[in-house]
Design a protein around this ligand. Structure first.
Ligand code: ADP
Ligand code: MG
Length: 703
């Protein structure tokens, strides 16, 4: 049995929470902090000094020796540079730790080694990190010792965003401002702020660390680049929600403890559809804290795995042939006086505010389907989206039968008089209660599904930051709210105007609603008829960031400048090219140094055996035939390797940018696939003990 502990006691023990601040800060200082948290603005230097001192004392009490400004550059992961609290000793040699308000609020990492997409020339390498006061500081316990982490935003010398956090914060402000206008129209004059809430369900794979380390592809690219399918996949549906194995259970237990200490509300855990695949979901919270916490979830999943001799794979498609991993991004918007704008209530057909919000979201998603698609794209997700296991690459909204019917009535008659009831679900067993059915069923194939009082954006990749998807969601909805508010505020007859607006938006954007099977080929054709964008890959999605429509949206609400958008596009092309380049080089290495030599040895054994059998007068057809097949595939493998070497050389010599990224996408990937095919066939033929690295069967079924 593991040690007994108390969840309530350990929860947030490593977080400098509001409660903690209230305890250790003078009243007026605490008040100023809360005010800035709620209303924005800056702390005065005097206040910052007091907060910094209290934060340091608290951290030192917890054993912290260092602090870091923790930020999220465009690499998609987090960055940190540690500084100790050590100061100059006095003449007697005594040293007193210090941490000033200035150090708390502003950091100055050398920004030149982070991707900036041309925003920052290397001669102006300055970058600034600024404390995001709305996300609490915390202590991370790693091998380097406890470190005080201060969540920050990261900008260039000129104030351009170089991270995922800055635009997110800007988008939250924009959304709040516009949403407040909407609720005011309905008489809610008390609300001062509207906050998007996010709950991100995180999927991941767990494999044995020792085996994983025998594969260069897992080490360098986080996924398998070779590998024939195991005899068993996920067809028995016996893993999903299955009993959690002991070794995995012990791991999950540790992960939970680490996360709870960090104030992450780890809530749900279960086995996922694919063998060795699992999921963890926290309770939803303010979008920016959720983004930080999701980074901590990913870090913790990886770090704790090592302690259990496991390796956590967060890649979107670590194994071909079984499901990949995603991150369902549950999103809702709530006023500071507790009204969730996505709460339909018992009679959504009569809830005008809800219908207006819904109409605005339909408009937003339809108008900017391309941007939403882009926001969920990364290199790994190219293997998932449209792959008939994850949502299709086409954006549509699932509303469920009841709401879809309400929309239809509104579109047809301008009124929604009737409401399809959820009804009662009869269990048919006298000892089991009957249930009131949820009005919305689940539709697992929809990329953007209404699930009761929130939307679930299911396209996001498992390894990706949820920063961009939420920035985009907030931005596009802010725009729709703004346009609606502009019209409604100016209307003479509000009732009539809101009624007309709902009907107009729903009619115009009804094409974005789709309740059917998103994996069906017919949907692709139907979506094309409806004129919905179908963007199959990450590189093809990049241009959506710099259309006049996108620039107008993001500039209008102060989320991205045009220059920032172009820089992000550059970074995406660069990231894509570099990632595929690493994959190609890894394949070449594995083919040349592991697969080909192993197969040659196997061929030699077959040749020797064939001759020996013949000499001894036996029937050597089996080994002779096998030798023929294997040596042919070996030739094919070698040729494909040579071809990949050639195209990789060509690709990596091209100037960085769109053209290069597309060359990787079209030509290098094709060459990689052409190499994988014969190599995987060889894996099925070669003596298992001669195969140079662990197979899918070894990795997926032996944890
Ligand atoms: P599932 O999607 O597997 O049915 P749930 O619906 O219970 O699971 O929740 C999934 C995630 O959605 C959790 O992180 C949960 O906290 C979050 N969630 C629940 N309600 C909301 C809401 N109103 N806004 C945002 N996220 C929410
Ligand atoms: Mg879900």
């Amino acid at each position: 049995m593991s040690e007994v502990f108390n969840v309530e006691e350990i929860f947030a023990q490593n977080v400098f929470t509001l409660g903690q601040m209230q305890e250790c800060l003078p009243k007026n200082v605490y008040k100023e902090v809360v005010k800035v948290m709620d209303e924005g603005g800056e702390l005065s230097m005097g206040t910052a000094n007091v907060v910094a001192k209290a934060m340091k004392d608290w951290a030192v009490e917890h054993g912290a020796t260092h602090y870091t400004h923790w930020f999220q550059p465009l690499t998609g992961i987090t960055a940190e540079k540690h500084d100790s609290f050590v100061t100059h000793p006095d003449e007697t040699g005594k040293m007193i730790t210090e941490f000033s308000g200035k150090e708390l609020i502003k950091g100055e990492p050398d920004a030149s080694s982070f991707p900036s997409g041309g925003l920052r020339a290397t001669f102006e390498a300055r970058g600034y990190t600024t404390w995001d006061i709305t996300s609490p500081a915390f202590i991370k316990e790693t091998a380097t010792g406890p470190t005080l982490c201060i969540p920050t935003a990261f900008c260039s010398y000129k104030g351009e965003a170089l991270d995922k956090k800055t635009p997110l914060l800007r988008s939250m402000e924009a959304l709040s401002k516009q949403a407040i206008r909407i609720v005011k129209l309905f008489g809610n004059t008390e609300a001062k702020k509207v906050t998007p809430s996010v709950g991100a369900e995180q999927e991941y794979f767990l494999v044995d660390q020792k085996k994983a380390l025998q594969r260069e592809d897992i080490i360098f690219s986080g996924r398998t680049l070779f590998g024939a399918p195991a005899p068993k996949g996920q067809e028995m549906d016996d893993h999903y929600f299955g009993v959690i194995r002991e070794r995995v259970g012990a791991y999950m237990h540790d992960v939970n403890i680490e996360l709870w200490k960090l104030g992450v509300t780890s809530k749900t855990q279960h086995n996922e559809a694919a063998p060795a695949q699992h999921e963890l979901a926290p309770i939803y919270e303010s979008a920016n804290v959720a983004v930080d916490h999701n980074q901590l979830v990913m870090e913790t999943l990886k770090r704790v795995a090592g302690k259990h001799g496991l390796r956590c794979m967060l890649h979107e498609k670590p194994f071909a042939g079984v499901n990949g991993s995603g991150k369902h991004n549950n999103w809702s918007i709530t006023t500071d006086n507790g009204v969730n704008l996505l709460e339909p209530g018992q009679t959504p057909n009569e809830n005008i505010q809800f219908l207006l919000v819904l109409a605005c979201i339909m408009k937003a998603v339809d108008t900017h389907a391309d941007l939403l698609r882009q926001s969920a794209s990364n290199v790994g997700n190219d293997h998932r989206l449209g792959g008939y296991e994850a949502p299709p690459a086409i954006i549509s909204i699932f509303l469920g039968e009841q709401l879809e019917d309400v929309v239809e009535q509104l579109v047809e008659t301008g009124k929604a008089d009737s409401l399809k009831e959820g009804g009662v679900l009869r269990t048919g067993v006298s000892t089991l209660p009957d249930f009131v059915k949820d009005a919305t069923d689940r539709n697992r194939t929809s990329p953007f599904a209404f699930t009761g009082n929130k939307f679930e954006f299911r396209m996001v990749g498992s390894e990706d930051s949820i920063g961009s998807p939420n920035t985009t969601l907030n931005a596009i909805v802010a725009e729709a709210f703004c346009e609606a508010a502009d019209r409604l505020e100016a209307a003479e007859d509000f009732e009539l105007a809101v009624h007309d607006l709902i009907k107009e938006y729903m009619t115009k954007h009804q094409r974005i609603i789709f309740n059917g099977n998103g994996y069906a080929k017919e949907w692709e054709e139907e979506a094309a008829r409806r004129g919905l964008p179908n963007i199959p890959s990450m590189v093809e999605a990049v241009d959506t960031l710099t259309t006049p429509k996108a620039i107008h949206l993001f500039e209008k609400f102060g989320i991205f400048t045009e220059a920032e958008l172009y820089s992000r596009a550059e970074v995406l092309y660069e990231t894509y090219a570099k990632t595929i380049n690493i994959e190609a080089l890894t394949m070449i290495d594995m083919a040349n140094k592991q697969i080909i030599p192993a197969v040659i040895r196997f061929c030699k054994t077959l040749a020797d055996t064939t001759m020996a059998i013949k000499e001894a007068g036996g029937d050597a057809t089996v080994s002779a035939d096998l030798l023929k097949t294997v040596s042919e595939k070996l030739t094919e493998t070698k040729n494909a390797t040579n071809h990949l070497i050639e195209v990789e050389k060509q690709a990596s010599s091209m100037p960085q940018g769109k053209e290069q990224a597309f060359y990787y996408y079209n030509t290098v990937i094709e060459a990689m696939n052409a190499l994988r095919r014969p190599a995987d066939e060889l894996e099925k033929l070669v003596d298992k003990k001669d195969w140079p690295f662990p197979t899918y069967a070894d990795l997926l079924f032996e944890v």
